[in-house]
Ligand binder design. Structure first.
Ligand code: RET
Length: 281
C-alpha cells in the first residue's frame, strides 16, 4: 500500500509543522477564490480581442481553488492529534492525504494557462490554434507521466525518477513551444511593450520549474521539514504560475488594448492625452 501513498502519510508532525502545511493550502485556495473576482472585473477594461485572457484566468482560479480546498480538507482529516506525545499522527487506516488530485487539476489549468499566451501575444487565429494545441498536448503528456511517477515518492524512487525523466522530456518540448509562441509575438507586439514579451518567458521558466522540485523533494528525507517544504513549494508555484502570471498577462493586455485605442483601457492607465487621441480618431 505504501507504493501509492504520499509522504505526508508517513511522517508525524509537530504542531507548528502541521499548521504550516495546513496554512500553505488555505492561503493557496483563499488567494485563488479572491482573484477569480479580480480577473472577472478587470476583464472589462480589456478590448474584446484580449478579454478572454482575463476570463481564462478567472476560470483557472476557480478550478484550482476547488482542488486546493479539497487538498486542505484532506490535510485536516489525514492526521489525529496525539495529546500525550504532542504530535499530529497520520491515520493510515482512515483518511489519507494525496497530492495526486493536483495533477488532475493541472490537466484542466495547464492547457488554459498555455492558451492565454498566444491570445495575449495577439497571434492570428490559425497560428493561435496550432500553437495552443501543441502546447496543450505537451503539457498533458508532461502531467500524466508525472502523475504515474509521483505514486513512487515514498517507496519506489526508481518509478519516481524514471517517469520524472520522461515527464521532463515533455517539459522540454513544452518550453520549446512556449518559447516559439513568445518569439512569434515579436511580429505582433508594439515596440512600447516588447520588453514585457521577453520578460514573460523569463518569468515562466523559474516559476514552472518549481513543480519538478516539489516532485523530487521527498528523496531528500522522510522528515517533517520536507513534508512542509513540499507543500510550501507547491503553493509558491501555484500562486506564481497561475495568479501572478494572470495579473502580468492582464496588465500586458491592458497596455496592448490602450495602444490599439480601446478607451476604457486608456482611462484605466490614466493617460488623458492618449484618451484625447483615441476619441478624436
Ligand atoms: C512533473 C513531474 C516531474 C517532472 C516535471 C513535472 C512538471 C510539472 C509542471 C507543472 C506545472 C503546473 C502548472 C499548474 C498550474 O495550474 C509533472 C511535476 C517537469 C511544470 C503550471
Amino acid at each position: 500500500m505504501d507504493n501509492y501513498l504520499n509522504l505526508p502519510n508517513f511522517v508525524e508532525l509537530s504542531d507548528p509543522a502541521w499548521t504550516l502545511g495546513s496554512l500553505s493550502l488555505v492561503v493557496a485556495y483563499g488567494a485563488c477564490f479572491a482573484f477569480a473576482i479580480y480577473f472577472v472585473l478587470s476583464s472589462f477594461q480589456l478590448s474584446q480581442r484580449y478579454r478572454l485572457v482575463a476570463v481564462l484566468s478567472a476560470v483557472v482560479m476557480v478550478s484550482a481553488g476547488l482542488s486546493l480546498f479539497r487538498e486542505a480538507m484532506m490535510w485536516d482529516r489525514a492526521y489525529v492529534w496525539d495529546a500525550a506525545r504532542m504530535l499530529h499522527v497520520p491515520m493510515l487506516d482512515g483518511d489519507t492525504f494525496s497530492n495526486a488530485y493536483r495533477y488532475g487539476n493541472w490537466t484542466i489549468t495547464v492547457p488554459l494557462l498555455l492558451c492565454q499566451l498566444p491570445i495575449a501575444m495577439g497571434l492570428p487565429r490559425p497560428e493561435l490554434h496550432k500553437r495552443a494545441l501543441r502546447m496543450g498536448i505537451a503539457g498533458i503528456a508532461m502531467i500524466w507521466t508525472g502523475l504515474v511517477g509521483q505514486f513512487g515518492e515514498v517507496s519506489d524512487w526508481g518509478l519516481l525518477n524514471l517517469w520524472g525523466i520522461v515527464s521532463t522530456l515533455f517539459f522540454a518540448w513544452l518550453l520549446w513551444e512556449v518559447w516559439g509562441t513568445i518569439r512569434a509575438g515579436a511580429a505582433t507586439t508594439p515596440a512600447e511593450i516588447d520588453g514585457w514579451r521577453k520578460n514573460i518567458w523569463w518569468y515562466m521558466l523559474p516559476t514552472w520549474g518549481l513543480y519538478p522540485l516539489a516532485y523530487a523533494m521527498p528523496q531528500l528525507g522522510q522528515t517533517e521539514t520536507i513534508v512542509v517544504a513540499q507543500q510550501f513549494l507547491f503553493t509558491t508555484a501555484d500562486i506564481t504560475t497561475k495568479l501572478v502570471y494572470g495579473v502580468i498577462l492582464a496588465r500586458f493586455c491592458l497596455r496592448r488594448s490602450a495602444l490599439e485605442g480601446h478607451v476604457s483601457a486608456i482611462e484605466a492607465l490614466a493617460d488623458p492625452a492618449a484618451i484625447g487621441r483615441a476619441v478624436r480618431r
